[in-house]
Design a protein around this ligand. Structure first.
Ligand code: ADP
Length: 458
């Protein structure tokens, strides 16, 4: 059965209330029944005891002290529920009875416990009866029987039962509709959320769901959805920016390439001229393929279930490998590179991504260093963690740009150092690799003083 949310709440509420109401109604009925029986039973007890004091035994007969007075009293008293009195001998044979019994006799039940009230019939009408034994010197002489009609009580109980049975479905149906109405009202904010969410498309991600007035669960849900929309909007903005930046990175070298080749074919050139232009073109093609390689690395990070190949890696050896790769550039710039090692530089990590991190950080340190600069690489152990600091004495990074250096294609103050080539992808690769491998990276820098990248291996 496909019930709406509000109908489901109303139904569950109704089922729960139905059980409780049924229980309450049964208790009401039983309490009323027990109260009525208690009343009748105590009346019967009283009457039986009273009459017990008004009789005496002669030989085997049970007689009233003053039969006429008793008969008259019984006659005069107008009782709402008259008490029937009957005296029988020990065999149950009738000896005397109250006039209100007229032609009828109470039936003696020898097997019923004495002094205990029980239900029986008088002339096919329900009565409650008690049988009290009459003894003389320890010898059983007969019984006083007292009885009262149950008809009045039964009518009251019957009416009570009918009223409760009628009330039961009315209460439930009423509760169902009230709960349905209230549930409907309380899910109005959910409908607003659905409508707004339906309206939002990729191009209208700036729209937000109005927050409900009350700070309840729906308020939290709405805030969470709004925050999610915010994050999606940021992600899409970043994606658009990324695409624009990537296109720009390709457009510039492609335009240069196109221009160079167009100029080249306009007229015949000397072999030297051809060589020079082709070399230049190859340089531009290299730049393009470098960007493509780095974009591929970045794309690989975003792949779900990215697997790392972890093994024991000596950090010092990794750093030495990278420095060896860049030895020409280090020599060209006459840089002093100092490596301060520790005896504990072996960690479990993915060697490929570790090399990627050191390659980008060290190539930047070399690239952004002044001539005759110094690069200090320090490995140290602190509170069981391995730290690696790469400190250069280069151009430094502007304080305002510090928050952006890990964003793809971002280049700090690029116009002021046009001679240093780059595409702004290196540090974003470093950041993603660090995040993936649980390495903390902290940067500090001072313009024209140098930069320091600190890695902490968890
Ligand atoms: P790029 O290819 O431009 O070097 P990166 O992503 O590696 O790209 O670096 C982003 C920017 O951060 C660089 O353009 C540069 O402005 C700055 N930067 C990174 N490392 C250094 C460093 N060691 N010294 C000075 N600036 C740096």
């Amino acid at each position: 059965m496909n019930l709406s949310f509000k109908n489901r709440i109303a139904l569950y509420y109704m089922l729960a209330t139905a059980s409780i109401t049924a229980l309450v109604f049964v208790i009401i009925y039983l309490v009323a029944q027990s109260a009525m029986y208690n009343e009748i039973d105590s009346d019967l007890n009283f009457e039986a005891q009273m009459h017990r004091n008004e009789i005496f035994v002669r030989n085997d007969s049970i007689l009233f002290f003053n039969k006429n007075e008793w008969a008259e009293r019984e006659h005069i008293e107008v009782q709402a529920n008259p008490v029937f009195i009957q005296i029988v001998n020990k065999e149950g044979t009738l000896m005397d009875k109250s006039p209100n019994l007229k032609e009828d006799n109470l039936r003696f039940h020898p097997n019923k416990a004495f002094f205990n009230q029980f239900d029986t019939k008088l002339n096919r009408r329900a009565i409650r009866q008690i049988q009290v034994p009459v003894e003389m010197y320890g010898e059983m002489k007969g019984y006083i029987m007292a009885a009262m009609s149950l008809e009045g009580s039964n009518i009251v109980l019957h009416n009570l039962k009918n009223t409760l049975l009628l009330l039961f479905p009315i209460v439930l149906i009423g509760l169902f509709f009230i709960t349905r109405f209230l549930a409907g009202r309380s899910i109005i904010p959910v409908q607003t959320i659905t409508q707004t969410a339906d309206r939002i498309t990729r191009n209208s991600l700036n729209e937000r769901i109005p927050l409900p007035v009350n700070k309840d669960e729906l308020f939290t849900l709405t805030s969470s959805i709004n925050e999610l929309l915010g994050r999606m909007q940021d992600a899409i903005e970043r994606e658009k920016q990324f695409t624009a930046d990537a296109s720009h990175q390709f457009r510039t070298p492609l335009a240069v390439l196109q221009g160079t080749l167009e100029v080249l074919i306009r007229k015949p050139r000397t072999a030297v001229e051809y060589q020079e232009k082709i070399k230049y073109s190859i340089q531009e093609i290299n730049r393009i393929s470098e960007v493509v390689d780095q974009l591929l690395i970045l794309a690989r990070f975003d792949k779900a279930n990215h697997q790392l190949t972890k093994q024991s890696v000596n950090i010092q050896t990794s750093i030495d490998d990278v420095l060896h790769r860049y030895r020409a550039a280090i020599t060209d710039k006459k840089l002093a590179v100092n490596v301060k090692a520790t005896n504990q530089s072996i960690i479990t990590s993915d060697p490929y991504y570790l090399d990627l991190i050191f390659d980008n950080l060290l190539s930047n340190a070399i690239k952004y260093s002044y001539l005759n600069g110094t690069i200090n690489i320090t490995l140290s152990q602190e509170s069981g963690q391995l730290h690696c600091q790469i400190k250069d004495t280069g151009i430094g990074i502007k304080a305002v740009d510090m928050d952006h250096i890990f964003i793809p294609f971002f280049r700090s103050d690029a116009l002021n150092h046009k001679e240093i080539t780059g595409n702004g992808l290196g540090l974003s690769i470093v950041k993603k690799a660090c995040d993936m491998m649980g390495i903390r990276i902290v940067v500090s820098s001072e313009v024209r003083e140098g930069s320091c990248f600190m890695l902490t291996f968890g």
